[in-house]
Design a protein. Structure first.
Length: 92
């Protein structure tokens, strides 16, 4: 389950997800950008797993989540985290 931390109604969310891919590499990556962008938020926290994204793009192979995001400015940050780990955005 993804936990979304929302901004107050009048504030513009500072966390912007630009792209997100889940898999083992370009050959079997699935685009999960829209799943992470579902609603405006200031932070995200979740455990990376197949259930979160609806399918296993590479059965029997360890996967990783690759996310490109920005927080409060246009500078983009890239994060890669392994399946089974917890991801919290923004990173400290």
């Amino acid at each position: 389950m993804i936990r979304y931390f929302s901004a107050p109604a009048l504030e513009q969310p500072q966390l912007v997800i630009h792209s997100a891919f889940y898999g083992t590499g370009p050959k079997d990556d699935m685009d999960v950008t829209e799943i992470l962008k579902r609603q405006p938020h200031t932070a995200l926290a979740f455990q990376i797993n197949n259930n979160l994204f609806g399918r296993d793009p590479a059965p029997g192979t360890p996967k990783r989540l690759h996310v490109e995001y920005s927080y409060g400015n246009p500078h983009r940050i890239t994060v890669d985290e392994q399946e089974g780990k917890y991801l919290v955005l923004p990173k400290d």
